[in-house]
Design a protein around this ligand. Structure first.
Ligand code: NAP
Length: 327
């Protein structure tokens, strides 16, 4: 990667959406680069098991993301490990400024930067991060072997990770603020069959308390009766949703009230040539297969866009032979 190098497409983010965009960009013979600040894989890489990516009945998130990466690398996709500072739209081309000061230019940009786990925003949460508070069961579950933990949330992530933690820990309290789960039926059924999981509904965590050894308990309030109580746990796993990394979207890109980037059906934002895919994009559901399909759509649309935008290299005009050349 040379300074101020010009690409056809710059892909930002190395999760399923970004890597799939990379595969399709390479197949479309685009000059492409993927920029990822950490290890490629995204959220999937830290997911314990994936059971709904077609073709794989059960695969670890890490293994699946490795397969995406190998596939993209097989096509020779250039991958740069750097943090992106800003995306700067232009008229003839767009620019990406890296944190190290380097600027890359491209006719099109595909933003596949996903998001991060939402916080509960209760006292004791930030102070105890890494000392009992966690947002990743696969990463931290091991530290709570044979201990009692609680999981907060009622979506797919909370229920999937509660099931995972039940295999490692002594007991899992699953605390949800309503009386019904948002998670898929199959996970709800599995939760009910797991004897180590105790469900606490209509309840919110109001504080995470700690002692010298880290987290000691959580303070709870019943949303129906306002009854308050304390529950002794050594780990608090918080899965209360997801915030898109939309701060990277340039000024002028339209977003929803919840911060997801709005696009058309080609995954193109309101700025021509700038695309958003995967968990960053406002879409119907957040699934790996959807992120991958959006990466595909954006790369195909970017290829069309680049073709129309790029100054055409025309074959040298063939000089007509003089009429009397052979004479
Ligand atoms: P989610 O579906 O948005 O669920 C968040 C959960 O946290 C909800 O139950 C919500 O309660 C609760 N919550 C939100 N704010 C809260 C607060 N301040 N205090 C207490 N509880 C709070 O998030 P997710 O589970 O991370 O899933 C994100 C997306 O990824 C979803 O589309 C999901 O289907 C998908 N996903 C899919 C899979 C899979 O297919 N294998 C796995 C993981 C995630 P309410 O229900 O009351 O709003």
């Amino acid at each position: 990667m040379a300074r101020n190098e010009m690409y056809d497409v710059i892909i930002i983010g190395g999760g399923p959406a970004g890597l799939t965009a990379g595969i399709y960009a390479m197949r479309a013979a685009l000059k492409a680069v993927l920029i990822e600040k950490g290890l490629p894989g995204g959220q999937v890489a830290i997911t314990k098991g994936v059971e709904n990516y077609p073709g794989f009945i059960d695969i670890s998130g890490f293994d699946l993301s490795e397969k995406f990466l190998q596939h993209a690398m097989w096509y020779g996709l250039e991958i740069v490990q750097q943090e992106v500072g800003t995306v700067e739209p232009g008229i003839d081309f767009h620019s990406v400024r890296l944190e190290n000061g380097q600027v890359l230019n491209a006719y099109s940009i595909i933003m596949a930067v996903g998001g991060k786990a939402r916080r509960l925003d209760v006292p004791g949460e930030i102070d105890n991060f890494g000392k009992g508070v966690s947002y990743c069961a696969t990463c931290d579950g091991f530290f709570f072997r044979n201990k009692t933990v609680c999981v907060v949330g009622g979506g797919d992530t909370a229920l999937e990770d509660a099931l995972y933690l039940a295999k490692i820990t002594e007991r899992v309290y699953l605390i949800h603020r309503r009386d019904e789960f948002r998670a898929s039926r199959i996970l709800q059924q599995r939760i009910l069959l797991e004897p180590k999981i105790e469900i606490i509904l209509d309840t919110v965590v109001t504080e995470i308390k700690s002692g010298e050894q880290g987290v000691r308990s959580v303070a709870l309030r019943n949303t129906q009766t306002s009854e308050e109580k304390e529950l002794e746990v050594e780990g608090v796993f918080i899965f209360v949703g997801f915030s898109p990394h939309s701060s990277l979207a340039p000024i002028g890109v339209k977003t929803s009230t919840t911060g997801y980037v709005l696009t058309d059906d080609k995954c193109e934002t309101n700025i021509p040539g700038i695309f958003a895919v995967g968990d960053l994009r406002q879409n119907y559901a957040k699934q790996i297969v959807i992120a991958a399909s959006e990466g595909c759509i954006a790369a195909l649309a970017a290829a069309r866009y680049v073709e129309a935008k790029k100054p055409q290299v025309r074959p040298a005009a063939v000089q007509p032979e003089p009429a009397n050349a052979s004479r």
